[in-house]
Design a protein around this ligand. Structure first.
Ligand code: HEM
Ligand code: SF4
Length: 571
């Protein structure tokens, strides 16, 4: 667990004091709305449909039990008793009062958390693999690298006003569990033939209205050069990014316009000034940061447990949950456990204060007081003893956190959409819930197998719909809410065969009531044509969208209103 030093602590506390003064002056009428807006945004406070929305960073998805309890306390004291986990390892509060915002930031600072750079055109929260430090396929624990970049980028004066927001993800394992190709900069740890550690550097990825996969601009960057190389990329972007047009301001547009080779050439030219300079990382510096991550004291345990094996054999519900939610661990006798925040009828990613407190307690009883937040909007207990799995399952079930759907169709990623977000074209949460209702037969769900279904309420793609094996995008037509469906997207993880791909739109969009039936047709088609053991996304890769398209459009439309036919009137 990363523990703040005096620099971190001072920085965060000074920021709270500064903001408290700014807020007081705004509330006293001394700072106008226009003057105050950039100040609040610099502290993660947006204004949304119903209330301000506060976005709190969870660096690389790592939380201590104390931090999770503090987040629960904030939800209870200042909000409506819950928080919302996002795809960027942040937690959002939907209902805080502006008047309370400085107090909330002070409560966060007390547990070494903040909302700095969770908004604005700067380097945002750096995301990573939720299984960092425990994954059996890990090459190097990416968290110290994330932390070095966090420290480097926090309040970096040169990069406080970039052309647009900037997102960096690092994956330290063979499997990409951080969707690196969908980030402005993606860093994937690689080991060279001589055993040395480096980074494959991708740049110019992103979703939004122009989804683009990041291009590899360097195959192998020795780790010592991480910060200077990132600096070179940011400099090229800062200089040439399209500040004149917000819709073309992301780095992906620059990389596309220049071509990735020319972009890489410019980065290398810029880097020539920085290479070997003071930003070069030393073994000593890496050790300094690593030392802040106190490693848990794992007990020497057997990797088999008779009681657990017997319970798995005799209790199908437990076995079903274990099959989906229990993940391998590199230390014998331990497992990582996904606590699903996707039961039917809940907004994906919502977690109540009571649940947060329970999870904090479990993390202490069944682990070392650590929790992870995944970009799939679930919570993870990283260090559960094999012998405790049954007890944990029993309690998690009671708390509504043991839906056995991790990685399945109902483990839906969804943005808040029209229920909360003022940018939305359409709602996301009721669509997610309607699909979850339609697929509530667990046997069928498990038979369908691994499938990422992602929903965004508008082009901004907060729900990662482009990367979904099935993606749903809310679109506005004549002031009405419609949904466009794409298939074949993949986020780079093993669930999509390790591919990173942008989904293809299957055709005209649908009205909300038709969406579950359309998804059902896609699934029925897959079940009919799949090879043995073939995942949905692999079937789409093999056959293309044509059979799915005809299954959806070449039959009478699902609802009486007629999805496809109405579409023509709206085209
Ligand atoms: C309700 C408050 C929110 C607002 C106002 C908001 C706003 C935006 C905007 C304007 C963009 C597009 C940026 C661009 O392309 O330049 C965006 C992208 C994104 N947001 Fe949000 N968002 C909100 C909530 C969320 C939530 C809840 C999540 C996660 C569930 C999220 C995760 C993301 C991601 C992953 C992207 C895509 C970044 C990319 O282009 O690669 N946001 N958001
Ligand atoms: S995708 Fe659109 S609707 Fe959804 S949270 Fe992002 S900006 Fe809002």
């Amino acid at each position: 667990m990363y523990v703040y030093d005096h620099i971190d602590r001072t920085l965060v506390q000074e920021r709270v004091a500064q903001y408290r003064d700014q807020l007081a002056r705004h509330l006293a009428g001394e700072l106008s709305e226009d003057e105050f807006r950039p100040l609040r945004l610099q502290n993660g406070l947006y204004v949304q449909k119903h209330a301000p929305m506060l976005r709190v960073a969870i660096p690389y998805g790592l939380l201590s039990a104390g931090q999770l309890r503090a987040l629960a306390g904030i939800a209870r004291k200042y909000d409506r008793g819950y928080g919302h986990l996002t795809t960027r390892q942040n937690i959002q509060y939907n209902w805080p009062r502006l008047e309370d915002s400085a107090d909330i930031l002070a409560d966060l600072a007390a547990v070494e958390m903040h909302a700095i750079q969770t908004s604005g055109n700067c380097v945002r929260n750096i995301t990573s693999d939720e299984y960092a430090g425990i994954a059996p396929d890990e090459i190097v624990d990416p968290r110290p690298y994330c932390e070095i970049l966090r420290q480097w980028s926090t309040f970096h004066p040169e990069f406080a006003f970039l052309p647009r927001k900037f997102k960096i993800a690092i994956s330290g394992s063979e499997e990409d569990r951080a969707a690196v190709a969908f980030h402005d900069i993606g860093l994937h740890v690689v080991r060279a033939a001589d055993g040395s550690i480096g980074l494959r550097v991708l740049a110019g990825g992103g979703m939004g209205r122009t989804p683009i996969l990041g291009a590899v601009i360097r195959d192998f960057l020795p780790w010592q050069h991480m910060a200077t190389y990132v600096e070179a990329i940011l400099r090229v972007y800062n200089r040439h990014g399209r500040r004149d047009n917000m819709y073309k301001a992301r780095i992906k547009i620059l990389v596309k316009a220049l071509g990735s080779e020319e972009f890489a050439r410019q980065v290398e030219a810029e880097w020539a000034h920085l290479e070997g300079g003071p930003g070069t990382l030393t073994g000593e510096e890496l050790e300094r940061v690593k030392a802040h991550f106190t490693a848990p004291e794992y007990a020497p345990l057997a990797d088999e447990d008779e009681y657990t094996s017997a319970t798995l054999a005799s209790n199908p519900a437990f076995a079903r949950w274990a099959g989906r939610s229990v993940k391998p661990h590199r230390v014998p006798g331990y497992r990582a456990v996904v606590l699903s925040l996707k039961p039917n009828g809940i907004a994906p990613g919502d977690v109540t204060a009571e649940q947060m407190e329970l999870v904090a307690g479990w993390s202490e009883r069944f682990g070392f007081g650590e929790i992870r937040v995944s970009h799939e909007q679930n919570l993870i207990l990283p260090d559960v003893r094999l012998t405790d799995l049954f007890r944990l399952w029993t309690e998690a079930k009671e708390a509504g956190l043991a839906t056995p759907n991790a990685g399945l169709l109902t483990d839906i990623i969804a943005c808040p959409g029209g229920d909360f977000c003022s940018l939305a074209n359409a709602k996301s949460i009721p669509i997610a819930n309607a699909i979850q209702d339609r697929f509530d037969d667990l046997d069928y769900l498990h038979d369908i197998g691994e499938l990422n279904l992602n929903i965004s309420g508008c082009m901004n793609s907060c729900g990662h719909h482009h990367a979904g094996h099935i993606g749903i995008l809310g679109v506005d037509k004549d002031g009405d809410e419609w949904y466009q469906i794409s298939i074949g997207g993949a986020d780079g993880s093993a669930a999509g065969g390790g591919r990173s791909a942008i989904g293809k739109v299957i055709g005209p969009s649908f009205h909300a009531p038709d969406v579950p039936a359309v998804i059902a047709r896609l699934i029925e088609t897959y079940v009919a044509v799949r090879h043995d053991g073939e995942r949905f996304v692999d079937t789409v890769a093999r056959l293309g969208i044509a059979p799915f398209k005809s299954a959806v459009y070449d039959v009478p439309s699902p609802s009486s209103s007629g999805a496809a036919s109405r579409e023509i009137a709206h085209a």
